[in-house]
Design a protein around this ligand. Structure first.
Ligand code: DP6
Length: 359
């Protein structure tokens, strides 16, 4: 705890602990990918993402004091209205891990109810939005019971990171950077910060998420990160990510959409190449993923319109484009890409402002 950068010596609360909070936190789509980590959830390279708005988790967090002194909280967790053992285990282990920093949670009965606006484990970063929503609830509770002026966003991002690396970026509005880079002032491996000074075209960027398969992934992100430790391309990859980050920031400052899109596609293909070159190797793309990629590249070369793809750790394709081509691209997606999706499922997302308090 000695390296912990935030103050935790709050006065004891005199309030009766009984309340309910509800937060909504978005997913995010990484343009520069975080893939490989060390220590306690520290990234092997800096990453940059667009915070989304339509793919989100809503979390209701109720707390009540339990009679008698207890060191651990009693946690009940439900997902989409049902008990979910796998998620519950992750939440319990997360809350237990952060108890030294939030000791007031100790003697409480915590009821956590969570739902997503999108299918979980589908390659959309569900751990990002769910951990971000949960941490916002905990930080908000701390604010309420200790009468703090505001939620410290850096601190929220720090704890979201401990839950899931990419969650640290979901706390940030519009464009989040997680990981130290010497060219980005204020950047750190501990939490995410907001990119400053970029062309407004990126604030209005669209991300239509084509759900190719909503099934569970064969290899989780956590297992994928671990395989980077033995990947012979790892060092070159971390160097590439840093170079790509510098180029991307420059492109975003200049409003250079084509360079932005090129880097986004390179990063997506590298991510999947790293999976294919892991030992054991694995492939998360599906034939439809490749078909969509080819269609997007053909459409771009035929029309010259700025439409690009990126991929998360899964088969789904994120179609990225600026707002000023939304009519043409919307038509293209409906006519040429929708047929590759599972049951026509597309989440029409856009860059957004980060977590919102619902009550
Ligand atoms: C491919 O943040 O899900 O989406 O820290 O183990 O929870 P953990 O991993 P996670 O990894 C996300 C990987 C990625 C790229 C990215 O979001 O940067």
């Amino acid at each position: 705890m000695k390296d912990f950068p935030f103050d935790i010596s709050y006065p004891k609360s005199e309030h009766e602990l009984d309340g309910t909070l509800k937060w909504q936190a978005p997913s995010n789509i990484a343009i520069i990918k975080y893939w490989g980590k060390h220590g306690r959830q520290l990234p092997n390279n800096p990453s940059l993402s667009l915070t989304l708005s339509q793919a989100y988790t809503e979390t209701k967090f109720s707390y009540k004091g339990l009679p008698g002194s207890r060191e651990v909280p009693k946690i009940t967790f439900s997902f989409e209205g049902k008990e979910n053992e796998k998620f519950a285990a992750r939440i319990v282990s997360f809350i237990t891990g952060i108890l030294p920093y939030f000791p007031f949670l100790g003697g409480l009965d915590l009821r956590i109810e969570s739902r997503n606006s999108f299918p979980h484990s589908s390659g959309i970063a569900s751990s990002a939005s769910s951990m971000a929503a949960l941490v916002m609830c905990i930080c908000d509770m701390e604010k309420e019971i200790f009468g703090l002026e505001h939620i410290d966003i850096k601190k929220a991002s720090y704890f979201a990171r401990l839950g899931s690396g990419s969650a640290s970026r979901s706390i940030i509005s519009e464009v989040g950077i997680w990981g130290y880079d010497q060219a980005v002032g204020g950047s750190t491996d501990e939490y995410s910060i907001q990119l400053e000074n970029y062309d407004p075209v990126f604030s209005g960027f669209h991300d239509d998420i084509l759900i190719i398969s909503a099934g569970e992934k064969a290899v989780s992100s956590s297992a994928g990160h671990a395989l980077m430790d033995g990947n012979i391309f790892a060092r070159a990859r971390y160097r590439q990510a840093r170079n790509n980050l510098s180029k991307l920031i420059l492109a975003m400052q200049k409003g250079d959409i084509h360079s932005f899109g090129k880097i986004a596609e390179d990063e997506a293909l590298t991510l999947h190449a790293l999976m294919m070159s892991s030992d054991p190797s694995y492939i998360l793309m599906k034939p439809e993923t490749l078909a969509v990629i080819e269609q997007i590249r053909a459409y771009r070369s035929d029309t010259g319109l700025p439409v690009f793809f990126t991929l998360d750790a899964g088969p789904n394709v994120h179609v990225l484009y600026p707002a000023f081509v939304k009519d043409e691209v919307g038509y293209f997606i409906n006519n040429d890409l929708k047929k590759y999706t599972q049951n026509g499922k597309i989440i029409q997302d856009r860059v957004g402002q980060g977590p919102t308090k619902l009550f």
